[in-house]
Design a protein around this ligand. Structure first.
Ligand SMILES: [Zn+2]
Ligand SMILES: [Zn+2]
Length: 329
């Protein structure tokens, strides 16, 4: 069989596949689309929350996919290794994985997408002590240092309150993760938001697992019932704005919540709200985990590895251009 591209393998396991794969067993850290796009005909090991969100998103194309649920704190034995999951503070059900190689005794931690500080909805991730750390470095550059979330949230509440009196507030955030924070923030501003169907589905799953967001109404020709509308950024363009203006007549005030400051463009405001670790938190995670080897993954992985080298860590980027088997490192 030719080697699979862009896969991180451990034994017969593939972690968060990023390309088509033929592995029967897959570990899924969370249900964001960049992690679920290549799940096909396999047994997927994930937390119960991730399984529930992913199944909702797969409706109609779940052929041959089977979920095997692993709860936080439960140790699962597989051929050659043990797996334990820990919360990663990123979205509902998101998990870091710790792998104990039963042959070598080596411990590997894979953070996948994580947030170190507590967020509006979740406790931050706890750094995992390990020999080898595979850390997700989306914001691995010193210019990405996020402001305190409480400050951003109180600015948002003020902005939403003021503008919802003058017109229709349109908030953009990914259907899984950001949109639930926006639902909560809107409720804290005293307004039950109308949300896009894809967001409403995920909101229901959050509530089912005990994460309190407040109320939300699914979008259904009912715009008049609220002064806040929450939509995924993929739907925001000038046609959306002109359609809203045509049917609704209210002036539109738009904002996006994101960790990327230059995402702005078509929005009136950009609020820095991220479900990832910023640069300082990435450094802090590595120091606390204190591994012998760090492999940086995604985003500014090369720059961040060089920064870690300067701090005395043995670090290198995890190239996903070829098959990587963890025991190779
Ligand atoms: Zn993610
Ligand atoms: Zn991701």
């Amino acid at each position: 069989m030719p080697p699979e591209k862009n896969s991180l393998l451990f034994g017969k396991f593939c972690f968060d596949p990023e390309k088509k794969h033929s592995t029967k067993n897959v570990f899924l850290s969370h249900a964001h689309a960049d992690h679920t796009n290549f799940l096909k005909k396999s047994t997927i090991h994930s937390t119960p929350e991730t399984a529930e969100i992913a199944m909702k998103r797969f409706e109609g194309r779940a052929n041959g996919i089977r979920f095997e649920k692993i709860s936080f704190g439960e140790k699962k034995k597989f051929d050659g290794f043990e797996l334990e999951l820990f919360p990663s503070g990123h979205v509902l059900g998101s998990a870091q994985a710790k792998i104990f190689d039963t042959e070598s005794g080596n411990e590997t931690a894979i953070t996948s997408d994580f947030r170190l500080k507590d967020s509006l909805l979740f406790k931050g991730a706890k750094p995992l002590h390990c020999d080898t750390l595979i850390i997700e470095t989306t914001f691995g550059r010193p210019e990405y240092i996020f402001p305190k979330e409480e400050e951003v949230v109180s600015k948002m509440i003020k902005w939403i309150s003021e503008n919802s009196e003058k017109g229709l507030v349109v908030l953009a955030g990914y259907s899984l993760g950001k949109a639930q924070e926006l639902t909560k923030i809107s409720n804290e501003a005293g307004i039950v938001p109308i949300v896009h169907e894809s967001i409403f589905e995920v909101n229901k799953i959050y509530e089912k697992f005990g994460v309190k967001l407040g109320e939300s109404l699914p979008l259904n020709h009912n715009l008049k019932e609220s002064s806040v509308l929450i939509v995924p950024p993929s739907l925001v363009n000038k046609y959306l704005f002109s359609t809203l203006e045509y049917f609704d007549k209210r002036k539109i005030f738009s904002a996006i919540a994101t960790g990327w400051p230059d995402f702005g463009g078509q929005y009136d405001r950009v609020f820095c709200l991220s479900d990832h670790a910023d640069f300082n938190d990435l450094i802090s995670y590595v120091k606390q985990a204190n591994p012998r080897l760090v492999l940086t993954d995604h985003g500014f992985s090369e720059e961040f590895a060089r920064k870690l080298n300067k701090l005395g860590f043995n670090a290198k980027p995890l190239s996903r251009h070829q098959q990587r088997i963890l025991s190779e490192f």
